[in-house]
Design a protein around this ligand. Structure first.
Ligand SMILES: COC[C@H](NCc1c(COP(=O)(O)O)cnc(C)c1O)C(=O)O
Length: 322
């Protein structure tokens, strides 16, 4: 049995969100993972399977996949290099270095950093750790749904699952988990911010497309192209995936509401998902008949993320004017 790096995170009931939505809202607290986000589930599994005999790992990331790769590599006694774009905050760069990683800042967006990471893997014979597009990542992420099902107990099934989308790895992992526990009929509300909306753009175009740029402050969602498997799932008649967008202002408002109500500080990538509750989207989807009324318990994936502290929060409030 290979060593696990992730924790079985708390599944907390949000009294305030439950009151607001008129249904029980459960929070899967992936922010409490040792690397700061859910990423450790898939990246830990990937490294256990493919990096045990490796000279080291190299990961491209908006930041949080890199945090997971750095943490896991340290635990496995492997050197780690993380390649991030210049949009990654100095706070995350420092946190990556504190985890023992060598950090390279390449290009403006994640896609540029990814090209460099692939080159490094080749030239320095390192194991390349993808941030979202690999079946082993999705197998690892699936554990969060299996844990949630165990916490809810037999006979309790969510009315919907709420999550955010960057490159689509979390979405694919959650779908793997829904299959594992027999919840394939549970609708998934897949949230992105305007300006980091590659999944929504692909659905609108009817094919995977590449955004011209990432213009959202939620840079940890900043993949310009969603992974093919996520798009394929969006086209499947077996699944209900509701793709919605929120503005950066709505994501920031959600971060502040969550801090006040749940006493937990999360980053913009996570605020994108939480904004579905705080911005009134859920009842709008119910009024449109896209979610049932009454709605069963809502399972919110609080994905976490390291790109936030009080200083970052203040600068976001200045930049976004709220
Ligand atoms: C460019 O970045 C992709 C990835 N972050 C993705 C991410 C997501 C979305 O996960 P995904 O859809 O990429 O698997 C959600 N919540 C948080 C806190 C995240 O950091 C990364 O860190 O390399």
């Amino acid at each position: 049995m290979s060593e696990r790096f992730h924790l079985n995170t708390p599944l907390l009931e949000s009294i305030s969100m439950s009151k607001q939505l008129g249904t029980t809202v459960y929070l899967k607290m992936e922010n409490s993972q040792p690397s700061g986000s859910f990423k450790i589930r898939g990246i830990g599994h990937f490294c256990q399977q493919l990096a045990r005999q490796s000279r080291g790992v190299v990961c491209s990331s908006g930041g949080n996949a890199g945090m997971a790769a750095a943490f896991v590599a340290r635990k496995m006694g492997l050197p780690a290099t993380v390649v991030v774009p210049s949009s990654t905050s100095q706070l995350v760069v420092r946190r990556l270095q504190d985890q023992g990683a060598t950090v390279r800042i390449v290009g403006k967006v994640w896609d540029d950093a990814n090209a460099e990471a692939l080159r490094l893997a080749e030239t320095e014979e390192l194991t390349f750790v993808p941030p979202f597009d690999h079946p082993l990542l999705w197998e690892g992420h699936a554990s969060l749904i299996v844990e949630a099902a165990a916490s809810l107990g037999p006979g309790v099934k969510p009315g919907a699952v709420l999550l955010s989308v960057g490159g689509g790895g979390l979405l694919c992992g959650v779908i793997h988990g829904l299959k594992d526990v027999g919840w394939m009929d549970v609708p998934i509300i897949a949230m992105e911010t305007v300006g980091a909306d590659c999944f929504n753009a692909a659905i609108k175009a009817g094919k995977v497309v590449t955004l011209v740029d990432i213009t959202s402050e939620a840079t940890c969602l900043g993949a310009k192209t969603v992974c093919q498997r996520a798009f394929e799932y969006s086209q499947s008649s077996e699944l209900t995936i509701i793709s919605e967008l929120v503005t950066d202002q709505e994501a920031l408002h959600a971060i502040q509401m969550f801090l006040d109500e749940e006493r937990v500080l999360v980053e913009m990538a996570c605020g994108a998902a939480l904004a579905a509750v705080y911005s009134g989207l859920i009842p709008r989807l119910q009024n449109q008949g896209r979610l049932p009324t009454p709605l069963g318990p809502l399972l919110v994936i609080v994905c976490g993320g390291s790109s936030v502290n009080m200083e970052q929060l203040s600068s976001l409030k200045q930049k976004l004017g709220s």
